[in-house]
Design a protein around this ligand. Structure first.
Ligand SMILES: *[C@@H]1O[C@H](CO)[C@@H](O)[C@H](O)[C@H]1NC(C)=O
Ligand SMILES: *[C@@H]1O[C@H](CO)[C@@H](O)[C@H](O)[C@H]1NC(C)=O
Ligand SMILES: *[C@@H]1O[C@H](CO)[C@@H](O)[C@H](O)[C@H]1NC(C)=O
Length: 464
């Protein structure tokens, strides 16, 4: 009932603008949600990975905590969170403007949605928006803060906030600082806390990728590091997507470059993420096209931040050690029956912060690497940035103290439970913290940021 009323209200609200395209009403996802919304990769809305939030943005699913046993208490929470929804970067705004201009001047008007693009839609993105957090991004973090206070009432609590045992660390980028402020405001408003809550800006931790010379030289600045992406862009799947876009607009194939296809996809994704609008740009892609676009983005992330090169994940050693040293301290205090001095750590960064850390921990690793030629074979891959890294994506590590039974650690991504790879869940509950430390024994002892990130003397050379 509720969902139906909401769709009708939305339809009336934006009637004649960008709503109610026949194709999408039929798809059953509702007229305000593009049929391809689940393929937007890192430009995707958080609600797509947790659809129950569409009905109630403050809903939490307590069963995800799989409370290891009745006697377990949560004693520490570390959350590594990506900033919320943001504007496109100026580079992408320029690509979008070019594509818009092409459509405006050259596209055939036989379809009503093309007339929509030309005469009702205006190019409202400007260069100065450059990656800034949008209002929706503020809400992403405010709402996440409230949900975490509901999921972990003994940790994300008024008492702990007032006592200063909730610590905030952020990347210096405006979108991250503003996300942090929004998260804090979510809590201070909830409990009417008037006092200032501090946060620390720490790029060494939250933007480690900028400071890892070996990563910068061997991957970030190195075109050959993403050769598979370039091959995929000129391969048969992407060629077909470009041709279909050209056909839909009655344009010559040569006019639709890879950048143009990407810009078209961004226009659909950003209009939806920022304004919750199912814009006419979404008509340029069917589901298979969107899967191809998503795969291109996954390829980029795989080779630039994920399993593609070892240094991608090793660059996050500094954050990995930081997280585990905090867990160790909380574990020690819990075992000694002392209050945990830092009950909660909220760390706000980027998709580029989260992905190397998830990779270092071994999550979402498929048997075969993502390459330019295995799009079809990888259709069931677990490495899907649309699921892993939407706006406000978050890795939560929850330490439980379970009486006699010891300490347990539950990982969650985007408020859904994960299992540490190679560590079977103990009867569906979180593994012992000691087992987790054992699982990552090598990294705990050998993952050193300075050593890994040196350009010419990486560890294998030094050991030899
Ligand atoms: C809640 O979480 C449980 C455990 O992960 C899952 O099985 C269930 O589908 C979730 N419920 C909703 C509404 O997402
Ligand atoms: C951050 O928030 C401030 C004040 O709310 C605003 O003036 C500024 O433009 C925001 N910056 C970004 C990058 O979002
Ligand atoms: C660039 O990447 C390729 C492929 O990974 C690698 O073989 C090469 O050594 C890299 N170049 C530099 C300068 O690191």
């Amino acid at each position: 009932m509720r969902a139906v009323r909401r769709s009708v209200a939305l339809c009336l609200g934006v009637i004649g603008v960008a709503c109610c395209f026949r194709g999408h009403v039929d798809s059953g996802v509702g007229p305000d949600i593009p049929a391809i919304a689940e393929y937007f990769s890192t430009k995707g809305r958080y609600e797509e990975v947790n659809p129950y939030l569409i009905g109630d943005i403050l809903a939490v699913n307590k069963s995800v905590l799989r409370a290891p046993a009745a006697e377990c208490r949560a004693t520490h929470l570390t959350a590594v969170i990506r900033h919320g929804t943001r504007f496109p970067t100026s580079k992408n705004v320029r690509k979008m403007r070019q594509f818009y201009s092409l459509v405006l001047h050259k596209a055939s008007e036989k379809e009503s949605w093309v007339r929509e693009m030309k005469y009702r839609w205006t190019m409202w993105y400007t260069d100065d928006m450059d990656g800034r957090l949008v209002q929706k991004g503020v809400s992403d973090h405010r709402h996440l803060a409230v949900r975490l206070s509901k999921l972990f009432p003994s940790l994300v609590s008024e008492e702990k906030l007032r006592a200063g045992s909730i610590k905030f660390i952020t990347s210096s980028k405006h979108r991250c600082v503003n996300s942090t402020l929004a998260f804090k405001r979510g809590l201070t408003e909830l409990w009417a806390v008037e006092e200032e809550v501090d946060h620390e800006v720490n790029d060494a931790l939250m933007r480690f990728f900028d400071h890892c010379t070996r990563f910068v030289e061997e991957v970030d600045k190195n075109q050959s590091a993403t050769a598979e992406l370039e091959r995929f862009k000129s391969g048969p799947e992407m060629t077909r997507v470009k041709e279909k876009i050209a056909d839909r607009l009655s344009l010559q194939y040569s006019l639709i470059t890879e950048d143009m296809a990407e810009a078209a996809f961004y226009l659909c994704a950003y209009e939806f993420a920022i304004k919750t609008v199912n814009s006419p740009w979404c008509q340029l892609f069917d589901e298979v096209d969107a899967q191809v676009m998503e795969y291109a983005s996954d390829l980029k992330h795989f080779w630039k931040r994920g399993y593609g090169h070892d240094i991608n994940s090793k660059s996050s050693c500094i954050l990995f050690q930081d997280v585990f040293s905090r867990l160790d301290r909380a574990a020690e205090q819990s075992r000694a029956g002392l209050p945990v001095t830092e009950a909660v750590t909220i760390q706000v960064g980027h998709a580029e912060t989260l992905l190397p850390l998830l990779t270092l921990l071994g999550f979402f690793k498929d048997d075969a690497p993502l390459t330019s030629t295995n799009f079809a074979a990888q259709s069931d891959r677990s490495f899907r940035t649309s699921h892993m890294l939407p706006y406000a994506a978050n890795l939560l590590l929850v330490l439980f103290h379970c009486g006699e039974d010891g300490l347990r650690l539950q990982p969650l991504l985007n408020e859904k439970p994960l299992s540490f790879p190679g560590l079977p869940d103990h009867q569906g509950s979180a593994p012992l913290y000691s087992a987790v430390r054992q699982r990552y024994h090598d990294l705990l002892h050998n993952c050193d940021f300075e050593t890994e990130c040196q350009l010419f003397t990486h560890p294998t050379v030094m050991k030899g």
